[in-house]
Design a protein around this ligand. Structure first.
Ligand code: F6R
Length: 358
Protein backbone atom coordinates (compact mmCIF):
# COMPACT_ATOMS: atom_id res chain seq x y z
CA UNK A 1 0.00 0.00 0.00
CA UNK A 2 1.24 3.50 -0.82
CA UNK A 3 2.21 5.51 2.26
CA UNK A 4 -0.04 8.62 2.60
CA UNK A 5 3.04 10.86 2.29
CA UNK A 6 3.80 9.29 -1.08
CA UNK A 7 0.47 10.40 -2.56
CA UNK A 8 2.28 13.33 -4.21
CA UNK A 9 -0.45 14.48 -6.56
CA UNK A 10 -3.05 14.57 -3.81
CA UNK A 11 -0.78 16.30 -1.29
CA UNK A 12 0.44 18.93 -3.70
CA UNK A 13 -3.08 19.78 -4.87
CA UNK A 14 -4.25 20.08 -1.24
CA UNK A 15 -1.28 22.38 -0.51
CA UNK A 16 -3.23 25.25 -2.04
CA UNK A 17 -0.62 27.96 -1.65
CA UNK A 18 2.40 25.92 -2.69
CA UNK A 19 4.25 25.65 0.62
CA UNK A 20 6.07 22.55 -0.61
CA UNK A 21 7.15 24.36 -3.77
CA UNK A 22 8.47 27.26 -1.65
CA UNK A 23 10.34 24.81 0.56
CA UNK A 24 11.83 23.03 -2.44
CA UNK A 25 12.97 26.45 -3.66
CA UNK A 26 14.87 27.19 -0.43
CA UNK A 27 18.38 26.38 -1.78
CA UNK A 28 17.76 28.70 -4.75
CA UNK A 29 16.37 31.36 -2.40
CA UNK A 30 19.57 31.19 -0.33
CA UNK A 31 21.63 31.63 -3.46
CA UNK A 32 19.58 34.67 -4.50
CA UNK A 33 19.80 36.13 -0.99
CA UNK A 34 23.60 35.89 -0.94
CA UNK A 35 23.91 37.40 -4.42
CA UNK A 36 21.52 40.22 -3.51
CA UNK A 37 23.49 41.23 -0.43
CA UNK A 38 26.82 40.92 -2.22
CA UNK A 39 25.64 43.27 -4.95
CA UNK A 40 23.95 45.78 -2.62
CA UNK A 41 25.67 49.17 -2.40
CA UNK A 42 26.62 49.09 1.23
CA UNK A 43 27.13 52.55 2.75
CA UNK A 44 30.19 53.10 4.98
CA UNK A 45 29.27 52.95 8.66
CA UNK A 46 29.52 56.31 10.46
CA UNK A 47 31.00 54.70 13.58
CA UNK A 48 32.54 51.41 14.66
CA UNK A 49 29.76 49.25 16.12
CA UNK A 50 30.29 47.67 19.52
CA UNK A 51 27.01 45.77 19.64
CA UNK A 52 24.67 44.26 17.06
CA UNK A 53 20.93 44.16 17.72
CA UNK A 54 18.42 42.43 15.48
CA UNK A 55 14.84 43.54 15.91
CA UNK A 56 12.28 41.18 14.37
CA UNK A 57 9.32 39.00 15.24
CA UNK A 58 8.48 35.40 14.38
CA UNK A 59 9.90 34.33 11.04
CA UNK A 60 11.75 37.65 10.81
CA UNK A 61 13.29 37.35 14.28
CA UNK A 62 14.69 33.87 13.92
CA UNK A 63 17.30 35.10 11.42
CA UNK A 64 18.65 37.19 14.31
CA UNK A 65 19.06 34.04 16.40
CA UNK A 66 20.95 32.43 13.56
CA UNK A 67 23.20 35.50 13.30
CA UNK A 68 23.76 35.25 17.05
CA UNK A 69 24.83 31.61 16.61
CA UNK A 70 27.36 32.55 13.93
CA UNK A 71 28.80 35.40 15.99
CA UNK A 72 28.99 33.16 19.07
CA UNK A 73 31.50 30.99 17.23
CA UNK A 74 33.10 33.30 14.72
CA UNK A 75 32.52 36.97 15.53
CA UNK A 76 33.89 39.52 17.99
CA UNK A 77 30.71 41.44 18.76
CA UNK A 78 27.80 40.51 20.99
CA UNK A 79 24.48 40.03 19.18
CA UNK A 80 21.13 40.61 20.87
CA UNK A 81 17.78 39.71 19.37
CA UNK A 82 14.84 41.89 20.40
CA UNK A 83 11.33 40.52 20.01
CA UNK A 84 9.42 43.31 21.65
CA UNK A 85 8.34 46.94 21.30
CA UNK A 86 11.35 48.36 23.13
CA UNK A 87 15.11 48.22 22.79
CA UNK A 88 17.32 47.53 25.78
CA UNK A 89 18.86 50.51 27.56
CA UNK A 90 22.36 49.69 26.23
CA UNK A 91 21.42 50.47 22.60
CA UNK A 92 23.26 53.65 21.62
CA UNK A 93 25.15 55.33 18.78
CA UNK A 94 27.63 52.43 18.70
CA UNK A 95 24.93 49.85 18.08
CA UNK A 96 24.34 48.39 14.64
CA UNK A 97 20.61 47.68 14.50
CA UNK A 98 19.13 45.42 11.86
CA UNK A 99 15.40 46.15 11.69
CA UNK A 100 13.97 43.07 10.00
CA UNK A 101 10.37 42.58 8.97
CA UNK A 102 9.46 40.57 5.91
CA UNK A 103 6.21 42.47 5.37
CA UNK A 104 7.71 45.69 6.67
CA UNK A 105 4.54 46.28 8.69
CA UNK A 106 5.13 44.55 12.01
CA UNK A 107 4.41 47.02 14.78
CA UNK A 108 6.99 45.77 17.29
CA UNK A 109 9.78 46.11 14.69
CA UNK A 110 8.55 49.54 13.60
CA UNK A 111 8.53 50.66 17.25
CA UNK A 112 12.14 49.48 17.71
CA UNK A 113 13.13 51.20 14.47
CA UNK A 114 11.69 54.48 15.78
CA UNK A 115 13.40 54.03 19.14
CA UNK A 116 16.74 53.24 17.45
CA UNK A 117 16.46 56.55 15.57
CA UNK A 118 16.10 58.47 18.84
CA UNK A 119 19.22 56.70 20.19
CA UNK A 120 21.20 57.56 17.06
CA UNK A 121 21.93 53.87 16.41
CA UNK A 122 23.41 52.79 13.06
CA UNK A 123 20.39 51.26 11.32
CA UNK A 124 20.10 48.88 8.41
CA UNK A 125 16.51 47.97 7.52
CA UNK A 126 15.54 44.80 5.72
CA UNK A 127 12.08 44.06 4.34
CA UNK A 128 10.22 43.21 1.16
CA UNK A 129 8.56 46.64 1.30
CA UNK A 130 5.85 48.02 3.59
CA UNK A 131 6.03 50.78 6.16
CA UNK A 132 9.60 49.94 7.13
CA UNK A 133 10.83 50.57 3.61
CA UNK A 134 8.80 53.81 3.38
CA UNK A 135 10.18 55.11 6.68
CA UNK A 136 13.76 54.11 5.83
CA UNK A 137 13.55 55.87 2.49
CA UNK A 138 12.11 58.98 4.12
CA UNK A 139 14.79 58.96 6.85
CA UNK A 140 17.71 58.19 4.52
CA UNK A 141 18.32 54.91 6.34
CA UNK A 142 19.92 52.11 4.27
CA UNK A 143 17.25 49.60 3.30
CA UNK A 144 17.81 46.24 1.66
CA UNK A 145 14.73 45.07 -0.22
CA UNK A 146 14.21 41.33 -0.56
CA UNK A 147 11.66 39.70 -2.89
CA UNK A 148 8.19 39.57 -1.34
CA UNK A 149 5.06 37.52 -1.75
CA UNK A 150 5.66 34.48 0.42
CA UNK A 151 5.13 33.66 4.09
CA UNK A 152 8.01 35.01 6.20
CA UNK A 153 8.72 31.56 7.67
CA UNK A 154 9.54 30.32 4.17
CA UNK A 155 11.87 33.28 3.61
CA UNK A 156 14.62 32.47 6.13
CA UNK A 157 17.23 32.69 3.36
CA UNK A 158 16.21 36.28 2.63
CA UNK A 159 15.88 37.20 6.31
CA UNK A 160 19.15 35.73 7.58
CA UNK A 161 21.82 35.44 4.88
CA UNK A 162 21.91 39.14 3.86
CA UNK A 163 22.89 40.02 7.44
CA UNK A 164 25.71 37.47 7.28
CA UNK A 165 26.99 38.84 3.97
CA UNK A 166 26.77 42.44 5.21
CA UNK A 167 28.62 41.61 8.44
CA UNK A 168 31.25 39.83 6.39
CA UNK A 169 31.57 42.85 4.08
CA UNK A 170 31.92 45.11 7.13
CA UNK A 171 34.65 42.82 8.52
CA UNK A 172 32.51 42.01 11.53
CA UNK A 173 32.58 38.33 10.55
CA UNK A 174 35.51 36.49 8.99
CA UNK A 175 35.55 35.73 5.27
CA UNK A 176 33.09 32.89 4.64
CA UNK A 177 35.31 31.52 1.84
CA UNK A 178 33.77 28.47 0.20
CA UNK A 179 31.23 28.07 2.97
CA UNK A 180 28.36 29.59 0.94
CA UNK A 181 28.98 27.29 -2.04
CA UNK A 182 29.22 24.21 0.16
CA UNK A 183 26.06 25.17 2.03
CA UNK A 184 24.10 25.63 -1.20
CA UNK A 185 25.34 22.27 -2.47
CA UNK A 186 24.36 20.53 0.74
CA UNK A 187 20.89 22.08 0.69
CA UNK A 188 20.37 20.84 -2.87
CA UNK A 189 21.39 17.31 -1.80
CA UNK A 190 19.13 17.55 1.26
CA UNK A 191 16.21 18.54 -0.94
CA UNK A 192 16.67 15.33 -2.94
CA UNK A 193 16.67 13.19 0.20
CA UNK A 194 13.83 14.89 2.10
CA UNK A 195 11.66 16.31 -0.69
CA UNK A 196 8.17 15.14 -1.58
CA UNK A 197 9.26 13.00 -4.54
CA UNK A 198 11.53 10.75 -2.49
CA UNK A 199 9.49 7.79 -1.28
CA UNK A 200 8.75 7.16 2.35
CA UNK A 201 10.99 4.13 2.70
CA UNK A 202 14.12 6.13 1.77
CA UNK A 203 13.00 9.53 3.09
CA UNK A 204 14.01 10.26 6.73
CA UNK A 205 11.88 13.44 6.83
CA UNK A 206 8.71 11.55 5.93
CA UNK A 207 9.61 8.79 8.38
CA UNK A 208 10.15 11.23 11.23
CA UNK A 209 6.90 13.08 10.48
CA UNK A 210 5.04 9.82 10.43
CA UNK A 211 6.56 8.79 13.77
CA UNK A 212 5.59 12.17 15.26
CA UNK A 213 2.03 12.15 13.98
CA UNK A 214 -0.41 12.40 16.93
CA UNK A 215 2.48 12.94 19.37
CA UNK A 216 3.54 15.91 21.45
CA UNK A 217 7.07 16.65 20.22
CA UNK A 218 9.71 17.90 22.63
CA UNK A 219 12.61 19.25 20.57
CA UNK A 220 15.85 19.04 22.49
CA UNK A 221 18.85 20.86 21.01
CA UNK A 222 22.21 19.49 22.06
CA UNK A 223 23.49 22.97 23.03
CA UNK A 224 25.06 25.71 20.87
CA UNK A 225 23.29 26.48 17.62
CA UNK A 226 21.07 23.38 18.02
CA UNK A 227 19.12 25.29 20.69
CA UNK A 228 18.19 27.84 18.05
CA UNK A 229 17.36 25.23 15.43
CA UNK A 230 15.12 23.46 17.96
CA UNK A 231 13.22 26.73 18.41
CA UNK A 232 12.87 27.09 14.64
CA UNK A 233 11.52 23.50 14.41
CA UNK A 234 9.01 24.36 17.13
CA UNK A 235 7.82 27.47 15.27
CA UNK A 236 7.47 25.52 12.02
CA UNK A 237 5.50 22.75 13.77
CA UNK A 238 3.21 25.42 15.27
CA UNK A 239 2.67 27.52 12.16
CA UNK A 240 2.73 24.89 9.42
CA UNK A 241 1.32 21.81 11.15
CA UNK A 242 -0.95 23.73 13.61
CA UNK A 243 0.07 21.72 16.61
CA UNK A 244 1.93 22.16 19.83
CA UNK A 245 5.62 21.38 20.13
CA UNK A 246 8.08 22.49 22.78
CA UNK A 247 11.77 23.25 22.53
CA UNK A 248 14.54 23.13 25.10
CA UNK A 249 18.27 22.59 25.10
CA UNK A 250 21.07 20.74 26.80
CA UNK A 251 22.62 21.37 29.25
CA UNK A 252 19.92 23.73 30.60
CA UNK A 253 17.12 21.15 30.50
CA UNK A 254 19.15 18.92 32.80
CA UNK A 255 18.68 21.57 35.50
CA UNK A 256 14.88 21.76 35.45
CA UNK A 257 12.84 20.07 32.71
CA UNK A 258 14.45 16.70 33.39
CA UNK A 259 12.30 16.46 36.53
CA UNK A 260 9.14 16.79 34.49
CA UNK A 261 9.79 13.24 33.32
CA UNK A 262 9.19 11.92 36.84
CA UNK A 263 5.44 12.45 36.49
CA UNK A 264 5.20 12.66 32.70
CA UNK A 265 3.13 9.52 32.28
CA UNK A 266 0.41 10.95 34.51
CA UNK A 267 0.10 13.91 32.12
CA UNK A 268 0.18 12.35 28.66
CA UNK A 269 1.01 9.10 26.97
CA UNK A 270 2.11 10.55 23.66
CA UNK A 271 5.34 12.49 24.22
CA UNK A 272 8.07 12.16 21.60
CA UNK A 273 11.55 13.61 22.08
CA UNK A 274 13.56 14.65 19.04
CA UNK A 275 17.19 15.28 19.95
CA UNK A 276 18.94 17.64 17.52
CA UNK A 277 22.57 16.63 17.58
CA UNK A 278 25.96 17.58 16.16
CA UNK A 279 28.94 15.28 15.49
CA UNK A 280 31.24 17.66 17.42
CA UNK A 281 29.28 17.71 20.66
CA UNK A 282 31.40 17.64 23.78
CA UNK A 283 31.86 14.47 25.83
CA UNK A 284 29.81 16.06 28.63
CA UNK A 285 26.92 16.74 26.25
CA UNK A 286 26.97 13.17 24.94
CA UNK A 287 26.88 11.87 28.48
CA UNK A 288 24.03 14.21 29.39
CA UNK A 289 22.01 13.01 26.40
CA UNK A 290 22.63 9.32 27.16
CA UNK A 291 21.64 9.71 30.82
CA UNK A 292 18.60 11.81 29.93
CA UNK A 293 17.45 9.18 27.45
CA UNK A 294 17.68 6.53 30.18
CA UNK A 295 15.75 8.71 32.63
CA UNK A 296 13.02 9.49 30.10
CA UNK A 297 12.70 5.74 29.65
CA UNK A 298 9.37 4.62 28.27
CA UNK A 299 7.64 7.92 29.10
CA UNK A 300 8.37 9.10 25.53
CA UNK A 301 9.48 7.90 22.11
CA UNK A 302 13.03 9.01 21.41
CA UNK A 303 14.35 10.12 18.00
CA UNK A 304 17.68 11.62 17.02
CA UNK A 305 18.68 13.72 14.03
CA UNK A 306 22.24 14.77 13.27
CA UNK A 307 23.53 17.95 11.65
CA UNK A 308 25.61 17.34 8.55
CA UNK A 309 28.37 19.32 6.86
CA UNK A 310 31.70 20.88 7.63
CA UNK A 311 31.01 24.55 8.22
CA UNK A 312 28.67 25.94 10.84
CA UNK A 313 26.52 27.51 8.12
CA UNK A 314 26.05 24.12 6.41
CA UNK A 315 25.07 22.41 9.63
CA UNK A 316 22.82 25.23 10.77
CA UNK A 317 20.85 25.51 7.56
CA UNK A 318 20.64 21.82 6.67
CA UNK A 319 19.35 20.85 10.12
CA UNK A 320 16.84 23.68 9.81
CA UNK A 321 15.78 22.46 6.38
CA UNK A 322 15.02 18.98 7.72
CA UNK A 323 12.62 20.53 10.26
CA UNK A 324 10.92 22.51 7.50
CA UNK A 325 10.15 19.32 5.58
CA UNK A 326 9.05 17.43 8.69
CA UNK A 327 6.65 20.26 9.60
CA UNK A 328 5.09 20.21 6.12
CA UNK A 329 4.65 16.44 6.18
CA UNK A 330 3.06 16.77 9.61
CA UNK A 331 0.69 19.41 8.21
CA UNK A 332 -0.34 16.98 5.47
CA UNK A 333 -0.87 14.17 7.98
CA UNK A 334 -2.81 16.52 10.28
CA UNK A 335 -5.02 17.46 7.32
CA UNK A 336 -4.32 21.21 7.65
CA UNK A 337 -3.21 23.84 5.16
CA UNK A 338 0.41 24.67 6.07
CA UNK A 339 0.00 28.18 4.65
CA UNK A 340 -2.79 29.65 6.76
CA UNK A 341 -2.00 31.46 10.02
CA UNK A 342 -5.49 32.61 10.96
CA UNK A 343 -4.82 33.35 14.62
CA UNK A 344 -1.73 35.49 13.83
CA UNK A 345 -3.69 37.40 11.16
CA UNK A 346 -6.58 37.91 13.55
CA UNK A 347 -4.30 39.31 16.25
CA UNK A 348 -2.59 41.68 13.83
CA UNK A 349 -5.96 42.95 12.56
CA UNK A 350 -7.23 43.42 16.11
CA UNK A 351 -4.11 45.34 17.15
CA UNK A 352 -4.34 47.55 14.04
CA UNK A 353 -8.00 48.27 14.91
CA UNK A 354 -7.00 49.26 18.46
CA UNK A 355 -4.19 51.48 17.10
CA UNK A 356 -6.72 53.30 14.88
CA UNK A 357 -8.81 53.92 17.99
CA UNK A 358 -11.80 52.00 16.65
C1 F6R B 1 4.43 34.05 9.15
C2 F6R B 1 5.44 34.13 10.19
C3 F6R B 1 5.25 35.11 11.30
C4 F6R B 1 5.78 36.52 10.91
C5 F6R B 1 5.63 37.51 12.08
C6 F6R B 1 6.23 38.89 11.77
O1 F6R B 1 4.88 33.20 8.11
O2 F6R B 1 6.38 33.41 10.14
O3 F6R B 1 5.92 34.60 12.42
O4 F6R B 1 7.13 36.43 10.56
O5 F6R B 1 4.26 37.66 12.38
O6 F6R B 1 5.82 39.39 10.52
P1 F6R B 1 6.94 39.97 9.53
O7 F6R B 1 7.89 38.83 9.27
O8 F6R B 1 6.22 40.38 8.30
O9 F6R B 1 7.58 41.10 10.23
Amino acid sequence: MTHPLDEHGQLISADLHGMMALTLDFPAQCERAIALAQAWSLPALPREPRLIVVSGMGGSGIGGDYLHALFALQGDLPVLVVRDYHLPHCVDAHTLLFAVSYSGNTEETLACYAEARTRDAIIVALSSGGELQARAQQDGVPHLQVPGGQPPRTALGYLFLPMVVLCERLNLLPDMGSSYARTLQRLVQARERWGIHTPYESNPAKQLASALYGKLPLLYGSGGYRAIVATRWKGQFNENAKQHAFANTFPELNHNEILGWVGAKRQAGNFAVVALRDPDESRQTRTRIEVTRRLVGDAADWHEVWAEGESLLERLLSLTYLGDFVSLYLAYLNGVDPYTIDYIDLLKAELARVARGM
